[in-house]
Design a protein around this ligand. Structure first.
Ligand code: PLP
Length: 485
């Protein structure tokens, strides 16, 4: 493909992207293909000869689109949203244009420096303390996902804890033994990425019980830590969540801070979904606890109109992260890095290579302005509230089990006789809704109760889509309950 053909195909592709977004509402949200569908229609071997672009483009239409679940559809209410936006897509196009592998400052100074600037912008919009900014001892970095952020902060925390023992005279052998006694905590609602991080790092993990609102309380943390210390374990890392995956619950962060005061336990805040809301004045009350944590992470790719992947991690003392992850072979040595005047983000992450993701953040913030981003977040929450109010008008059919937070509505179908029946009805309603192709949402289980989660977030979703989704829910629930009883 030469430049002139790229120009032609590039314009065609942008036209196709525009058409996709214009028609998105009409697609069935959830893909209906059978497992293995693609293997059946694609050749077994890679083509030996070059193929014309028309054939490749045609296969997007006929082979790929049928296997797409349309996350950007205005009728997608599953999981948590994963917004895209045109400025973000353009940012990724520029990133692809340069295709730099910005592992250290020298490998592309703009890639590193823009990342520091936009992460400082975002940190300030969220309201993070000065200590999280890059001009002090902390700073922000883009990770691929919140899972990676959890893993790297766990490793930084391990480093910090072992440093304490080293300072007290522990040798390598002793440090190895101590490592086996380290224990990390989350709650029974913490995202599974924490458990996975402890599996990767070979660290003990305990999920602590939550209260009636599925929040982790300081008292629980204190009691469980005391028990573990009495048994010879060394608590060193805890994740507090703002906006849990199941129900958007908020852990009692200030109480957790009190519970770990005077220890060397690292507090990481996972606000993968709900962190976006912190740019709005309505949620600033949460900052008191957050600003006492050691690290904080939010996914701009969930609620802030930035395409996947874009998880923003801030850390108060970057030296722990860097010391935990830095290895410098000769090939990476250079005088600028050695001068200590620059940041090398390869030392803040698992992989060496990294994409120029700061561009899309830069484009998004400048195109929408902080004001536009706040409006997007609050619009989403307003739409969720609209759906919730409709549910509340039918107390004989639906129950909202927990205090709703942010833009998530959880509910289940009521049954007068038993939990088992309620679960059966809820599952049937959820399956019927998704089979309809008109909307897509996910269900979960919380303390044995099936729950349907409704999480709007696409910028294309309007009140019309919310009302249509509710009417469909009502119709299906009425049919299912009549037939079942
Ligand atoms: N933490 C929370 C609270 C989440 O809700 C999710 C995903 O929804 C994650 C972490 C994992 O996110 P990621 O896919 O970025 O690793």
């Amino acid at each position: 493909m030469d430049i002139e053909e790229f120009r032609k195909r590039g314009y065609e592709t942008v036209d196709r992207i525009c058409k996709y977004y214009q028609e998105l509402e009409n697609y069935e949200v959830l893909s209906k293909v059978e497992p293995g569908y693609l293997k059946k229609v694609l050749p077994k071997e890679a083509p030996e000869e070059p193929e014309p672009w028309e054939n490749i483009q045609c296969d997007i239409e006929t082979k790929i689109i049928p296997g797409i679940t349309h996350w950007q559809s205005p009728n997608f209410f599953a999981f948590y949203p994963a917004n895209s936006s045109f400025p973000s897509i353009l940012g990724d196009m520029y990133s692809d244009m340069f295709n730099v592998i910005g592992f250290n400052w020298l490998s592309s100074p703009a890639c590193t420096e823009l990342e520091s600037v936009v992460l400082d912008w975002m940190g300030k919009l969220v309201g993070l303390d000065q200590k999280f900014h890059s001009d002090g001892r902390g700073g922000g970095v883009i990770q691929g996902t919140a899972s990676e952020a959890t893993l790297v902060t766990l490793l930084a925390a391990k480093y910090r804890m072992l440093e304490e023992y080293k300072a007290k005279g522990a040798d390598e052998e002793k440090l190895r033994t101590l490592s086996t006694r380290l224990i990390a905590y989350g709650s029974d609602q913490t995202h599974i990425c924490l458990k996975k991080a402890t599996m990767i790092a070979n660290i003990l993990f305990r999920a602590l019980p939550t209260d009636d609102n599925f929040s982790l309380c300081g008292e629980t943390v204190k009691q469980e830590m005391e028990k573990d210390i009495a048994n010879g374990l060394i608590p060193f890392f805890i994740v507090g969540t703002i906006g849990t995956t199941n129900s958007a619950a908020i852990d009692k962060i200030t109480d957790i801070v009190d519970a770990i005061k005077g220890t060397n336990v690292w507090l990481h805040i996972d606000a993968a979904y709900a962190g976006s809301a912190l740019i709005c004045p309505e949620y600033k009350y949460l900052l008191e606890g957050i600003n006492q944590a050691d690290s904080f992470d939010l996914n701009m790719h969930k609620g802030l109109l930035t395409n996947f992947d874009c998880s923003c991690l801030w850390i108060k003392e970057r030296k722990y992260l860097i010391n935990a992850l830095s290895i410098t072979p000769d090939i990476l040595k250079n005088s600028v890095s050695e001068s200590g005047m620059v940041l090398d983000f390869r030392d803040w992450q698992i992989s060496l290579g990294r994409r120029f993701r700061a561009l899309k953040i830069w484009f998004v913030i400048r195109t929408y302005g902080a004001k536009g981003l706040r409006e997007h977040v609050m619009k989403t929450h307003k739409l969720a509230n609209r759906f919730r109010s409709k549910i509340q008008q039918y107390p004989d059919l639906f129950i909202i089990p927990t205090t709703p937070n942010f833009g998530l509505v959880n509910f289940y179908v009521k049954s007068n006789d038993s939990l088992k029946n309620s679960n059966k009805l809820t599952e049937m309603v959820s399956n019927r809704l998704n089979e309809s192709g008109k909307i897509y949402l996910t269900q979960t289980k919380m303390r044995e109760q099936y729950i349907i989660r409704f999480a709007p977030g696409s910028p294309l979703t309007t009140e019309k889509h919310i009302d249509q989704a509710f009417e469909l829910l009502l119709k299906i629930t009425q049919e299912v309950t009549v037939n079942y009883n």
